[in-house]
Design a protein around this ligand. Structure first.
Ligand code: FAD
Ligand code: NAD
Length: 159
């Protein structure tokens, strides 16, 4: 099957956008990811899927921890920066949550320790047990059909 067909189909699933972050000693690394999902309420588990070519992969395998930062509508620049799509480097002053670097201004920051890793095809799924959470009000950044979008509230008409 053609890769483009698969990506076009998966792109029809509108998602939010996250930046996953980790820290190895003093070095902070972040990567844009939309393959993120809530897994379990008891215990509280989430999953992120990281491609085998990503430089983020060995870093999270070593640190055994990551934070998921759910981006707000005004954080498109962070999404592009952490996907390597900006020409210029941006300097970010990270906050800390449960010993992990988190992006200020994100709608939710979720710090996790890795409890399982599953290699599936050309990605590895990291199951994270949630250590701590911060939540802020605001509108999310949306990714749909390869483009960034913003939420529009729809009016439901009842007859
Ligand atoms: P690197 O090139 O090492 O880093 C990416 C960029 O982040 C670089 O420009 C780097 O300068 C910057 N950066 C890293 N750390 C810092 C820091 N501390 N301060 C400032 N800048 C920093 N790939 C997946 O595997 N899974 C997904 O779910 C996924 N979802 C995506 C969703 C979207 C909307 C997009 C646009 C891309 C997605 N990708 C996903 C692709 C992935 O984001 C890129 O391939 C990414 O560049 C790979 O990360 P890396 O660690 O190899 O990149
Ligand atoms: P796109 O058309 O490539 O992405 C549409 C959808 O396809 C994504 O939301 C994702 O669900 C899926 N997808 C894309 N690449 C994938 C991959 N390598 N493995 C598994 N699923 C994948 O959108 P775009 O704007 O061209 O994406 C920008 C870049 O980010 C591309 O290089 C793309 O490969 C990468 N990306 C990777 C993933 C991922 O690895 N899970 C997800 C999104 C985007």
């Amino acid at each position: 099957m053609d890769d483009r067909l698969f990506r076009d189909a998966m792109g029809k699933f509108a998602t939010g956008v996250t930046v996953v972050t980790t820290q190895d000693e003093n070095e902070i690394h972040g990567m844009t990811a939309n393959a993120f999902m809530s897994v379990s309420l008891d215990p509280k588990l989430v999953v992120v899927s990281i491609g085998h070519k990503a430089r983020f992969l060995p870093k999270v395998q070593k640190s055994k921890k990551f934070a998921v930062n759910i981006l707000a509508a005004d954080q498109k620049k962070y999404s592009m920066a952490f996907a390597g799509q900006l020409k210029e480097e941006i300097e970010i002053v990270f906050d800390q949550l449960a010993g992990l670097p988190v992006l200020p201004g994100s709608l939710a920051q979720v710090s996790c320790e890795v409890v399982a890793e599953h290699v599936e095809g050309d990605h590895t799924l990291f199951i994270g047990k949630v250590l701590d959470i911060n939540v802020t009000d605001g509108d999310p950044l949306i990714f749909y059909s390869g483009k960034y979008r913003e939420l529009v509230e729809c009016e439901i008409k009842t007859v």
